[in-house]
Design a protein around this ligand. Structure first.
Ligand SMILES: [Zn+2]
Length: 345
């Protein structure tokens, strides 16, 4: 076992105006991701209490405006794929539908409209919607990869739920894309996984699962074959990683995997909702068959705003220094989610 959990604890001292300028010591923690060694800062060792955010006014306003994804207009106003990708123009799975992205940022970029419903509150996001949407995204990626292997090398499936997470349209949708090179972070994951495999002759992701089970601090549980872990060095608040051992490419993902994946995501999304995290980003990462040591996994992070109405949870640290931070201890999230995963629903 070669997984190292490195953390440095520091104490910051100041004279506290809230206590007659007496000396006050605050503890901060700097952690390094066991695979990529990327830094993450853990701010205070307490649970952040967030205000409940009500999306109703935004949702009502959006209903008054034009929504291209609503069933009355979607077939008329959204683009169609070329025939080589989809003879019918669009890829439909259950209620989900993949269409070309009208504002692509890769040669091959799709949007999956997840449901005919204009707005799905977090506590109503269900397994079937996610399974159908992921399958629509995967089908698109498989067709693109078959038609254009070089450009289809590095796919990902991504979800920005609501405006705090960058979702510009309220109607639930996924961002699906693939390119000849991985995204910057996916490249780090793939390269570091290969290096780990070459150095240790082991798969990092399998080692991580066993290391976290052994420690018991951040291991949350299983849904089918998917293992869920609260990230040791989170990229953002509430980061949870779902790992699918033995899976490496988009072709490895079975329908049962999607059910297992969606089952875990649903529990996490509902947990975020109960804890007033009103928005989230999620991403499914894949590699090529020849990228040794990599394992397919999903990451989900909560998004919020510091103030009830306006603001952002992204600061100079993420944007200009590439150092993410969190205000919720990963071990606390694991503890609470463990109860959620263990309780029958
Ligand atoms: Zn809509």
């Amino acid at each position: 076992m070669f997984v190292n959990f490195i953390k440095i604890t520091k104490e910051s001292v100041f004279l506290d105006p809230r206590n007659n300028f007496e000396s006050q010591t605050v503890t901060i923690e700097i952690r390094r991701d066991p695979l990529t060694e990327r830094v993450s800062r853990i701010f205070p060792f307490r649970k952040l209490v967030l205000h409940r955010h009500d999306w109703t006014p935004f949702v009502e306003e959006s209903k008054q405006k034009f929504c291209p994804f609503c069933p009355e207009v979607v077939e008329k106003v959204t683009p169609k794929f070329i025939e080589a990708i989809a003879p019918d123009g669009r890829i439909k799975v259950g209620d989900a539908m993949a269409i070309p992205n009208l504002n692509p940022y890769e040669k091959h970029a799709s949007v999956v409209i997840m449901s005919p419903r204009h707005y799905i509150p977090m506590d109503e996001i269900n397994v079937q919607t996610m399974v159908d949407s992921f399958r629509a995204g995967l089908t698109y990626l498989q067709r693109v990869t078959a038609a254009d292997p070089a450009e289809g090398s590095y796919p990902s499936i991504n979800w920005n739920y609501m405006p705090y997470a960058g979702g510009s349209i309220i109607h639930p949708h996924l961002q699906v894309l693939t390119g000849p090179e991985p995204t910057t972070f996916n490249r780090q994951l793939i390269n570091a996984s290969t290096e780990y495999f070459m150095r240790c002759n082991q798969n990092y992701w399998t080692d991580l699962i066993y290391a976290e089970i052994d420690r018991g601090e951040r291991y949350i549980g299983k849904t089918g074959d998917v293992h869920w872990i609260s990230a040791f060095a989170p990229r953002h608040v509430g980061e949870v990683i779902g790992i699918l051992p033995g899976k490496q490419t988009i072709d490895d993902i079975t329908d049962q995997d999607l059910v297992d994946l969606a089952g875990g995501l649903q529990k996490i999304i509902h947990y975020y909702d109960r804890n007033n995290l009103p928005s989230f980003n999620a991403a499914l990462y894949f590699a090529r068959r020849e990228d040794r040591g990599f394992t397919v996994h999903v990451r989900i992070v909560g998004r919020f705003t510091i103030f009830p109405l306006v603001g952002s949870d992204i600061t100079h640290m993420q944007v200009l220094h590439d150092d993410p931070w969190t205000v919720i201890l990963p071990e606390l999230i694991a503890q609470e989610l463990k109860d959620v995963f263990n309780s029958p629903q």
